[in-house]
Design a protein around this ligand. Structure first.
Ligand SMILES: [Zn+2]
Length: 223
């Protein structure tokens, strides 16, 4: 997979309404396309109106703009690249045992309902001459969490990105998450957790290594 290309997917172009009837009121015809923030603000105004809200009401007047800013922030991962995040933090090291950063909190948005899913990720790799600054792993996770996602793809993308960056002997990623689209609507199951994992290289091929990863992830602090 070409990570750098997928990480810079441009936002969709604004829709332009074209009507031949001169009397039809139209928006944006022959106009300079709105900047994404303005487009989202306008669309959010429409959504709130359609939900029956009085958008002139004091508490709601600036909500479309706030929604636009929040959504832009929560999907900003697609504008970040691996190079931005790993910038100068890959080091040559002889250490060749498993490196695991576990219980990394994350927040994402499910692409089916645009509702949050959140939880913990555990990221491990087996170095082959190179290690990465530990604080970079949570940032790497955020690149893929801060966009419209499904948990399965998030897990795989993080594993593949780390593999591409370090070319290690193996990568293991496990993600445990709760999905608001299941908790607040649909089946309304508040305590269910979805667990996904992606294993590459030796973690995939060697059951002993896979077990070492699973045991390390499950070991509670102080246990
Ligand atoms: Zn959903």
């Amino acid at each position: 997979m070409d990570i750098s290309t997928s990480a810079v997917t441009p936002r969709r172009q604004p829709m332009v309404e074209c009507h031949t009837n001169q009397n039809t009121s139209v928006r944006h015809v022959n106009a300079v396309p709105l900047a994404p923030l303005a487009m989202i603000t306008e669309a959010a105004t429409d959504i709130l109106s359609a939900l029956g809200e009085d958008i002139r009401r004091e508490g709601i007047r600036r909500t479309p703009e706030r929604m636009a800013k929040a959504l832009t922030y929560l999907t900003a991962g697609s504008t970040m690249t691996m190079a931005d995040v790993l910038n100068g933090a890959v080091f040559t090291e002889r250490y060749d045992q498993m490196v695991l950063v576990k219980d990394i909190e994350f927040y994402s948005l499910c692409e089916h309902h645009v509702l949050p899913f959140h939880g913990m990720a555990h990221i491990a790799y087996l170095p082959a001459g190179k290690v990465v600054g530990l604080s970079k792993l949570p940032r790497l996770l955020d690149i893929y969490a801060r966009r419209l996602q499904v948990q399965e793809r998030l897990t795989q993308q993080v594993a593949e990105a780390l593999h591409e960056a370090l070319n290690p002997r193996g990568v293991a990623v496990m993600v445990e998450a709760s999905h608001f689209c299941m908790m607040m609507r649909g089946v309304e199951k508040q305590n269910s957790k979805t667990v996904t994992s992606a294993l590459l290289g030796e973690f995939r091929d060697d059951p002993a290594l896979r077990n070492e990863f699973l045991q390390a992830v499950r070991t509670q602090q102080g246990a």
